[in-house]
Ligand binder design. Structure first.
Ligand SMILES: [Zn+2]
Length: 307
């Protein structure tokens, strides 16, 4: 049987635009997650909260939601002495998203960075390609065991770690891999680069060469930069592209952090993001289901009348 997730790649290759989901952190904090606590542990301790966030995104129009497993690799969970619960927390996460997913919708297994620097960054960095590969393979296997339709390798800062994650997913299961990196906007050069100095075109080529089926950007800045990044990636590939930027820059007010762009201000950029050649769109930090509802409305208006 062909994996359900492969339909995503076929649908976007056929010209369809799909809607991804929005941020999780803000909503988990609002529900009481303490600063410095492990968000993935909530898959076990607060399953109803996690499931309700997924449901909020499906109800808002997401075709794909991701699991609450951004920090679900053993290397990352070890920071909370939870490494031994890697498989359990990832499997549970998939079950929670699946429990509220409509029949036509997809669940992506989120795989974020380990927060460990590559060995090339010595003395600060100490993680080898093999260590990255091993930790991501374990997480990807657990996500596949839970039943994800595809993987979402995301917010990656370094090519070593991103490439290892993509390869690990491909080794773990025959499922599509979406891979996105974090770009910083360099004001003085008026350009977007990863922490490692890669351009959007470099990133697209590199991740595709590693085996990714869908490539793009997430987090970073707002949709204004996403448009430029996707345009530059589109110049080097005809394949599926994805973008889920933050709701602009964070603004600190006292002990609260809010983001620049409200739902309408955010969605206003999305026609240009689609024009740039983006096939799957969503949002990241600072966004909530209202942002996705407006973004989904933009996408639907392009789809024409529903049949
Ligand atoms: Zn983000």
């Amino acid at each position: 049987m062909k994996a359900r997730g492969s339909a995503i790649v076929e649908r976007v290759r056929g010209g369809e635009t799909l809607v991804f989901d929005g941020g999780y952190g803000t909503m988990l904090f609002a529900a009481g997650l303490a600063n410095g606590a492990c968000p993935e542990l909530w898959n076990a301790t607060h399953p109803d909260v996690v499931a309700s966030i997924h449901k909020g995104y499906f109800d808002a129009g997401s075709d794909i939601v991701e699991t609450n497993t951004f920090g679900g690799s053993r290397l990352k969970l070890n920071e909370y002495q939870l490494g031994d619960r890697t498989t359990e927390l990832n499997v549970r996460a998939v079950q929670l998203a699946r429990s509220v997913a409509p029949p036509h919708a997809y669940v992506a297994g989120s795989i974020g960075p380990t927060s460990r620097l590559p060995a090339e960054y010595e003395p600060l960095g100490d993680t080898t390609d093999d260590e990255y590969l091993e930790t991501f393979r374990e997480q990807a296997q657990a996500l596949a065991e839970g039943g994800v339709d595809l993987f979402a390798v995301e917010t990656m800062m370094f090519p070593q770690e991103a490439v290892a994650a993509v390869r690990a997913c491909k080794a773990a299961a025959d499922l599509p891999v979406m891979a996105t990196m974090f770009f910083q906007y360099e004001d003085i050069h008026d350009r977007d680069r990863t922490m490692w100095g890669e351009s959007p075109a470099d990133v697209a080529r590199n991740l595709l060469a590693a085996g990714a089926d869908i490539v793009g950007m997430n987090c970073g800045r707002g949709p204004d930069r996403a448009i430029v990044i996707i345009r530059e990636m589109r110049e080097v590939t005809g394949g599926p592209l994805v973008a889920y930027p933050n709701a602009g820059l964070p603004i600190t007010e006292g002990d609260r952090v809010r983001y620049e762009l409200g739902p309408d201000e955010m969605a206003r950029h999305y026609p240009a993001l689609l024009d740039a050649g983006c096939n799957i769109v969503g949002a990241c930090c600072g966004s909530d289901p209202e942002h996705i509802r407006r973004i989904a409305a933009v996408v639907r208006s392009r789809r024409g009348p529903e049949l």
